[in-house]
Write a protein that binds this ligand. Structure first.
Ligand code: 13P
Length: 251
């Protein structure tokens, strides 16, 4: 069965104490009112991960990193490795977010290495793909997404591939208030699934494909109602426990 997942990407928001308080509020909301069929993930800044892992109920809420290093350990000032994330209690790691690609120069080739590292240290990658506005307007979005998937995932073994979660985040919808229409989201999600099924077979029918980009309690239901949309990767609306809960309960 395909797992429904709602993941909150906090990006570079919250001080340490604000982050702990938010995690406690989310934990309470999920325990009292959250859809039990949904796997909830929170991706706070690195500094908060270990403590948040202690304050949430790990059966209902998993903790994620927002990035990891290409290397395992060593003289790489400022980097955080997959093993460090794992040892701090993370189960997931977001990789290939468009902000990492555009502001920090992450390429498909680097992401291929990061995905492998994450898997080596038992982290589930939430691998992000998506096109910028010019690519969509030029009708190149399918080509861009195909390349992002092929370069990064297609050398994985079937065993490795099983661990992967995909997030489709059209860059023009991130933090802009513009959401992909349910039909646009479904069209791309189906394209992604068909490509993955052609490569990895039946296993890919169980791959969770999340939508991200201005997802809110008010539009989550119509997005999640699509057959190939298995949840969301949420930015702004994951910073308030009530809004995040509204999305978790959007199925
Ligand atoms: P917003 O929900 O703020 O548009 O951000 C989406 C996102 O980038 C999640 O990774």
């Amino acid at each position: 069965m395909r797992q429904k997942i709602v993941a909150g990407n906090w990006k570079m928001n919250t001080t340490y104490q604000e982050g702990i308080d938010l995690a406690i509020a989310i934990d309470k909301a999920v325990a009292e009112k959250g859809d039990k069929n949904v796997q909830v993930v929170v991706a706070p800044p690195f500094t908060h991960i270990a403590e948040i892992n202690k304050v949430v109920n790990n059966e209902r809420i998993s903790v994620a990193g927002q990035n990891c290093a290409t290397e395992t350990s060593g003289a790489y000032t400022g980097e955080v490795s997959a093993e460090m994330l794992w040892s701090a209690g993370a189960d997931f790691v977001i990789l290939g977010h468009s902000e990492r690609r555009s502001y920090y120069g992450e390429t498909n080739d680097m992401l291929k290495i990061k995905v492998k590292k994450a898997l080596e240290f038992n982290l589930t990658p939430i691998y992000c793909v998506g096109e910028v506005l010019e690519e969509r307007e030029a009708n190149k979005h399918f080509d861009v997404i195909k390349k992002q998937l092929e370069t990064v995932l297609f050398d994985l073994s079937d065993e490795e591939y099983k661990q992967i979660v995909i997030a489709y985040e059209p860059v023009w919808a991130i933090g802009t208030g513009k959401t992909a229409s349910p039909a646009q989201a479904q069209e791309v999600h189906k394209f992604i699934r068909d490509l993955l099924v052609a490569k990895f077979g039946e296993t890919a029918k169980n791959t969770s494909i999340l939508y991200g980009g201005s997802c809110k309690p008010s539009n989550a239901k119509e997005l999640f109602a699509n057959p190939d949309v298995d949840g969301g990767l949420i930015g702004g609306a994951s910073l308030t426990a009530d809004d995040f809960l509204g999305i978790i309960n959007g199925f």
